[in-house]
Ligand binder design. Structure first.
Ligand SMILES: O=C(O)C(=O)C[C@]1(C(=O)O)C=C[C@@H](O)C=C1
Length: 358
């Protein structure tokens, strides 16, 4: 006799019981790891991004299906986030409000079991971590269409925090409402930037619907909870947090919009073998100074993935350069290049070596 629905559900219940038992067994090892980490260094970061990446990579490679390989990342993101909370609370300060792309980047990195603290400015994110009120901070550093976030770069001039990691977050806007039906939409709310990024879609699809600017995309979503004839242009996360349905997903005009975020910490992460080093330096004002500066990186075979300049704010026409190179500061070739570059600079500061986003 062939199996029916209830037979398959019984089978699933049995497997789920086993998964739950295994998750609890896994958790016991996690708790022991947490104790060992604290014994080694009471103030250490418990979060270990290199180990998390290795687990996901190993399982992704080994999966033969039919469980979707893409889902392994999200399932394990949450398993490891919950596990880490057993080792100790993880506080993450970020540039709020809730449900923004910065919040989404935080969730991508730390999962939903971390404690998130939205603050009002990039400066406040830095100070929460500097004062030890948060273990980590998350700030935007650059966007594919709008370029570098100068305010974040400027903060590194006076701060001693380290870059602990990077997160690449896709910036994708959704039209959200309580019913999820396009015909119900008589008014739209959003932040001016999000409205500008969806201009063509709005003109083509909802040309006569008035659009009102509000302080944030999260505020737009919040307003729509009580206004069934209004829709918000906001993130997928805003839809989830405010209980709205998707009228239309991905309405941004440029479908290739990403923001890169930096994770800040007082302590460095472990070396992983796929790391990146960020430096900040300023050069003497003479012909060829920048060329001299870049040469050691090239001669040691280091790939420079970014160079940005900012006025130093200390002296007119003096510039500070922000440089990213592939490799870890403990690697011989990176160490040598930095040793050669240092005497050519007015000053040089290492902002951190951290796992490159894969
Ligand atoms: O292996 C560790 O260092 C752990 O703390 C365990 C674990 C896990 O759940 O596997 C949890 C959190 C870390 O960020 C990495 C991995």
């Amino acid at each position: 006799m062939s199996k029916d629905l209830s037979d398959y559900r019984k089978e699933i219940d049995r497997i789920d019981d086993e998964i739950l038992r295994l998750l609890n067994e896994r958790s016991k090892s996690v708790i022991e790891i947490g104790k060992l980490k604290k014994e080694r260094d009471a103030g250490a970061n418990l979060h270990t991004p290199g180990r998390e990446a290795a687990i996901i990579e190993r399982l992704t490679k080994q999966n033969t299906g039919p469980f979707p390989t893409d889902a392994i990342q999200s399932v394990y993101r949450e398993i490891m986030s919950a596990s880490l909370s057993l080792e100790g609370p993880q506080k993450v300060a970020y540039l709020g409000p809730r449900a923004t792309f910065t919040h989404m980047a935080c969730m991508q990195k730390f999962g939903s079991s971390a404690q998130y603290v939205p603050v009002h400015s990039i400066k406040d994110v830095f100070s929460e971590v500097e004062r030890g009120r948060a273990n980590f901070g998350v700030v935007p550093i650059e966007n594919t269409t709008e370029g570098v976030v100068n305010h974040t770069l400027d903060m590194f001039i006076d701060s001693n925090l380290l870059i602990y990691g990077e997160v690449l977050q896709e910036v994708s806007h959704h039209l959200l409402s309580t019913s999820g039906l396009l015909d119900d939409v008589k008014k739209i709310y959003s932040h001016p930037h999000a409205i500008a990024q969806c201009r063509n879609w709005l003109e083509t699809n909802l040309p006569h619907v008035p659009v009102s600017e509000v302080a944030s995309t999260a505020r737009a979503a919040e307003l729509c909870m009580d206004e069934p004839s209004s829709a918000a242009i906001a993130s997928e996360l805003a839809g989830q947090l405010y209980g709205l349905k998707v009228v239309k997903a991905r309405i941004e005009d440029n479908l290739n919009n990403f923001t890169r975020f930096l994770v800040l910490s007082q302590k460095p992460p472990e070396r992983t073998g796929k790391d990146k080093t960020s430096l900040m330096l300023s050069v003497k004002d003479k012909v060829g100074a920048l060329y001299d500066l870049l040469r050691p990186f090239a001669s040691h075979g280091l790939n420079m993935t970014k160079i940005e300049s900012r006025p130093s704010r200390r002296k007119a026409w003096e510039y500070i350069f922000f440089v990213d190179v592939e490799g870890h500061i403990e690697e011989e070739r990176v160490k040598k290049a930095v040793e050669e570059v240092t005497p050519r600079c007015l000053f040089l500061k290492i902002l951190g070596s951290y796992p490159a986003h894969s």
